[in-house]
Design a protein. Structure first.
Length: 94
């Protein structure tokens, strides 16, 4: 038995995992994320996705911006911060 046979496989790069997750979404959802609309329902979904990519895949803000259709890193920072604030407010109400 070789050492490489008993060694567990290395986990994939977080950026690759995030790309695979985004690729698994249906086309309608992908278009929704790339939409430049500022309508509240669209923005809320983008905030949640940006937060998810940041917290679960530990991607940088520029990486998330690229994955979500070329957004600037400051836009992504705002999305993540806004989602955290809204989520905390909703938890306090419950």
């Amino acid at each position: 038995m070789q050492i490489q046979d008993i060694r567990p496989p290395l986990p994939a790069d977080p950026s690759t995992l995030a790309k695979n997750w985004l690729a698994s979404l249906d086309e309608e959802t992908k278009e929704f994320l790339r939409n430049k609309s500022r309508m509240q329902p669209v923005v809320r979904v983008k905030q949640k996705v940006a937060y998810y990519l940041r917290e679960h895949f530990h991607l940088s803000y520029p990486e998330i911006g690229q994955l979500m259709g070329g957004y600037d890193h400051t836009t992504i920072m705002y999305h993540v911060q806004k989602y955290k604030i809204m989520n905390n407010l909703l938890e306090q109400i419950d």
